[in-house]
Design a protein around this ligand. Structure first.
Ligand SMILES: Cc1cc2nc3c(=O)[nH]c(=O)nc-3n(C[C@H](O)[C@H](O)[C@H](O)COP(=O)(O)OP(=O)(O)OC[C@H]3O[C@@H](n4cnc5c(N)ncnc54)[C@H](O)[C@@H]3O)c2cc1C
Length: 400
């Protein structure tokens, strides 16, 4: 019989990585994963760009910087060992105006401190050696940035949990958590209750809501941002060999619309970042009035809008018009125009927002009395998932 049972809320890549790490590092502990959907990776894990980031952008010393770098090498090793897709097709970050050059240089310094492997600075002629159809004044080349299939990785983590004796309960949304008098927690999910000794919440778009069930706060709040993709028609898909990104606007935690190859073949452009009107608002017109009210009544939202309404309007215009959507991307790949793309679905980012209107940039994990809540795990959390798991399970071992 198991010494203890750890419950996990959410069968996305982070929850399953944590479950797997527990089975490896805490022998005698059994794992039970509660997932409200009928499949693994149904939300962010299954609706992202599939990029294994190399750690270019992140503030040195932040959790993102540490866990992305470590997570990338852990993930690479795991994919190679298990025969999962992992293609190092490399990435360019391209500056197209003189004003972007100092920001590119700053990224280069961050990337060096973060130990991004093989990073090179390129002048204009060097850009076309790597990507013959890209244009720019200068670029960074990260040859080890890779693409993968995060759902297949999450499913493999799930198989590891089950072969170690754990359970993944699909279609079991957690609706209540009660602290038991003799210690431990009672988790109510899908009409059944299970006792666990500890709980780890990795609920993505519902991190604040589930976090509120196990603590006295729902802060920071989750604000959903839809990221829409376009697929490049086959006739032009060969124009990009790997990935081409713009220099991001440092005021936002999003990387800007970029070109990305997919492991199954094909080339995509995206994602943009448009405020979503529902937590799982994959369609543009999906509106959840209760959710809107919740977002509008949160003080952080008003402050965010006051600061960034211009960018918000520009993103919305890009969402409505393919021409406006491609305007930025055409600055660095001019040969792909509106006639060369078709709309290709969307993902919704779980972006945490603080009360003062700050978009939380770093990963955020709270721990309290046997409960760990992952409050903010946006990109590159899929890349970093195995290192986030290691970080959480190490803290568990210390009794934090
Ligand atoms: C458009 C987009 C592009 C991105 N691109 C990249 C990229 O290229 N590279 C990268 O590294 N990262 C990328 N990311 C980020 C990455 O996808 C996420 O950081 C990562 O998937 C987070 O994993 P997760 O397990 O925390 O969340 P999720 O995958 O969202 O999983 C959370 C799970 O919790 C479940 N859940 C919620 N509430 C409950 C409940 N009450 N009971 C039971 N289950 C519940 C949900 O159903 C869901 O399955 C991108 C994200 C988006 C949206």
């Amino acid at each position: 019989m198991a010494d203890e049972t750890v419950g996990i809320v959410g069968a996305g890549i982070v929850g399953l990585a944590v479950g797997r790490e527990i089975t490896l590092r805490r022998p005698g502990t059994s794992v039970v994963v509660f997932e409200k959907e009928d499949s693994i990776g149904a939300h962010q894990t299954g609706h992202n760009s599939g990029v294994v980031h190399a750690g270019i952008y992140y503030a040195p010393g932040s959790l993102k910087a540490r866990l992305c770098t470590r997570g990338r090498s852990m993930l690479r090793e795991y994919c190679v060992e298990r025969g999962l897709p992992y293609e190092e097709c490399g990435k360019l970050v391209v500056a197209v105006t003189p004003g972007e050059l100092p920001r590119l240089e700053r990224l280069a310094s961050l990337a060096e401190v973060n130990g991004v492997p093989g990073l090179r600075r390129l002048v204009a002629s060097g850009i076309t050696d790597v990507e013959p159809h890209a244009l720019g004044l200068a670029a960074l080349h990260s040859p080890r940035t890779a693409i993968t299939d995060f759902v297949r990785i999450a499913e493999e983590f799930g198989r590891d949990i089950v072969s170690a004796g754990g359970e993944i309960l699909l279609g079991r949304g957690v609706t209540a958590v009660h602290r038991e008098r003799r210690g431990g927690l009672r988790v109510v999910a899908g009409g059944h209750a299970e006792s666990v000794s500890r709980l780890v919440v990795c609920a993505g778009l519902h991190a604040d809501r589930v976090g509120r069930l196990v603590s006295d706060t729902a802060e920071p709040r989750i604000v959903p941002f839809r990221g829409e993709y376009m697929r490049v028609r086959a006739s032009k898909a060969g124009l990009v060999r790997g990935m081409i990104y713009p220099v991001p606007d440092p005021r936002y935690p999003f990387l800007g619309v970029h070109f990305t190859r997919r492991v199954g073949g094909g080339l995509e452009v995206g994602p943009n970042a448009v405020p979503a009107m529902a937590r799982e608002g994959y369609q543009r017109w999906r509106v959840d009035p209760r959710e809107l009210l919740r977002i509008a009544s949160w003080p952080g939202s008003g402050r965010l809008v006051a600061r960034h309404w211009r960018t918000g309007l520009r993103e919305m215009r890009g969402s409505l018009s393919v021409r406006a959507y491609l305007r930025d991307a055409r600055r660095y790949v001019p040969d792909i125009g509106p006639a060369d793309v078709v709309r290709a679905g969307a993902g919704v980012r779980a972006q945490a927002l603080d009360r003062d209107g700050t978009l939380v940039d770093d990963f955020r994990v709270h721990r309290l009395g046997g409960v760990t809540v992952v409050r903010n795990a946006p990109s590159p959390a899929a890349t970093s998932s195995m290192a986030i798991a290691e970080h959480i399970v190490t803290a568990m071992g210390r009794g934090d």
